[in-house]
Every structure is written in structure tokens, then in C-alpha cells.
Design a protein around this ligand. Structure first.
Ligand SMILES: [Zn+2]
Length: 179
């Protein structure tokens, strides 16, 4: 599979072989201007440039992460969680999605090796408390920012105006309004 770009409608797409015309706008040719005041006719579809390939793979990655995130969120009700645990899990998933990976790895690394009754377990509990506070604060401030941007305090309205992985949409999954 190679990546192609349509000069007529700016569509970037994957295909086995370069098509004669764009699969989105159906254009086969475009007219380009020249220094000499003469228009020239060129094929609309051409191989994508380095910058277009990079932009495409960034968009692909973001779409995959959003899909994975929404699948995790939807799978949460199948676990036997108390209300608090369920809400924390929702906020954690949202936090990890919006936080640079290193921060997440650092916390996960410190939280997971804990053995019962060990010094590491006490340290892990302290870290968990910090993470708990951090995550709640980050989630609350995210909600407030989305409310401001949307120009309303009504969470249903904010959720309708924001993407499916926004904090407002995650808040709507809460079993009761905690914030
Ligand atoms: Zn096109």
C-alpha cells in the first residue's frame, strides 16, 4: 500500500496502485498556474510527500488512540467496580490519554511492583493518593475548560459540542454526578 495525494480536493489516501482519478472527488486532472501566465494540466493524484505521509500517520495514530480509549471506556461496566472505583477508572483513562506517556509510565512503574506489607506497598499507596488527587484535579479543570469553551455549564450541551473522548462525554458515563 502506498500513500497518494489529490491536488484537487487535498484528500490523502492509501491504495495498492496510483488511481487515474481521485476516489473522493473523481477528478483526473487539475489546472496549475505557471510563471508565464499559461495554465498547465496535470494529473490530480500524485504520490504523497514526506510531510503528507507524516500528517497521515499522525492522524491514523490519533484515530486509533481515540477508538481504543472509547473501547476501554465501554468495557468498564463489565468489571465489578464500586461507584468510586468506576469513576476513578473513568478519570484515570481520560488522564492517561491526555498526559505524556513518560508521566504515566513512571506512575504505573511505581504502582505495580508493590508486594503486600512491603515498604514498596506503602510507597505505592502514597503515590496512588497523589495520583488520585492529580487525576481528580486534572479532570475537574478539563471539565471547566470545556464548559468555558462551550459557553455553557450544562454538561449535556458541552458533551454534544465536544468529541466523543472529551471530559464532558466521560463525565456523562458517571453513575451519579460527583463533580
Ligand atoms: Zn480529490
Amino acid at each position: 500500500m502506498d500513500l497518494y495525494f489529490c491536488c484537487a480536493c487535498s484528500y490523502v489516501f492509501k491504495a495498492e496502485i496510483m488511481p487515474e482519478s481521485c476516489p473522493a472527488c473523481r477528478q483526473a486532472n487539475v489546472f496549475a498556474s505557471t510563471d508565464f501566465g499559461k495554465k498547465v494540466e496535470l494529473p490530480a493524484v500524485r504520490p504523497a510527500s514526506e510531510a503528507e505521509m507524516q500528517a497521515y500517520s499522525d492522524a491514523e495514530k490519533a484515530a486509533y488512540e481515540e477508538k481504543a480509549f472509547l473501547e476501554w471506556i465501554d468495557s468498564l461496566p463489565s468489571y465489578d467496580l464500586s461507584d468510586d472505583e468506576y469513576h476513578m477508572a473513568l478519570m484515570l483513562l481520560h488522564h492517561f490519554k491526555t498526559t505524556p506517556g513518560l508521566y504515566t509510565k513512571h506512575f504505573i512503574g511505581d504502582l505495580l511492583p508493590a508486594q503486600k506489607g512491603s515498604i514498596e506497598e506503602r510507597a505505592a499507596q502514597a503515590i496512588a493518593r497523589i495520583l488520585h488527587i492529580d487525576v481528580k484535579e486534572a479532570f475537574t479543570s478539563r471539565i471547566n475548560r470545556e464548559r468555558q469553551d462551550a459557553g455553557t455549564n450544562d454538561i449535556a450541551e458541552v458533551a454534544a459540542q465536544t468529541p466523543p473522548d472529551s471530559a464532558a462525554n466521560v463525565l456523562r458515563k458517571f453513575r451519579r454526578d460527583e463533580l
